[in-house]
Design a binder for this molecule. Structure first.
Ligand SMILES: [Zn+2]
Ligand SMILES: [Zn+2]
Length: 159
């Protein structure tokens, strides 16, 4: 049976115990040599490859950081800049309700109604009172507040 194929635990520990001082001595020797001739430090393959590795990682991180900085951010570019606005036509013969796609905070009413072609489309708001139950209404300004034209519920301050 060849020695070392199945090393006994004791033998293994002995080997490590003997190996540690030897390794320490070799490291010490290497350190002393490098101190005398610093260029040898660079000639140690382990040090050299470790340095290459660190340089590669730092390089990759730097590149990705710059790429993030300058490349157009797709998510931001595709972010919605407009939203749906519910509109009700105030022409008594029409009263069509429709939706327009305009920037957030759009307030340039009235807009043209697609059914009667009159400029009578006003911004619609939901009234959540018990009687209206989420009905879309045209708010009516009353002093400093808006009110529902159907149930007179308060619909927020006039801005
Ligand atoms: Zn209309
Ligand atoms: Zn109401």
């Amino acid at each position: 049976m060849p020695v070392g194929k199945e090393p006994k635990l004791g033998l293994l520990i002995d080997a490590i115990r003997e190996g540690i001082p030897a390794t320490k001595a070799r490291l010490r020797e290497w350190y002393d040599t490098c101190r005398d001739e610093p260029i040898l430090f660079w000639h140690t393959p382990a040090i050299r490859y470790m340095t290459y590795g660190i340089v590669a990682i730092v390089g990759a991180l730097t590149i990705s950081w710059f790429a993030d900085l300058w490349a157009p951010n797709v998510e931001v570019k595709d972010q919605a800049t407009t939203t749906d606005h519910r509109v009700i036509c105030t022409n008594d013969e029409c009263t069509k309700m429709f939706v327009i796609d305009r920037p957030f905070g759009f307030d340039d009413f009235p807009v043209t109604c697609p059914k009667c072609s009159k400029e009578t489309g006003q911004s619609a708001h939901r009234c959540n009172s018990k009687s209206c139950n989420g009905r879309w209404v045209i708010r009516r300004a009353q002093d400093e507040r808006y009110a529902c034209p159907h149930c007179s519920a308060d619909l927020g301050p006039v801005d």
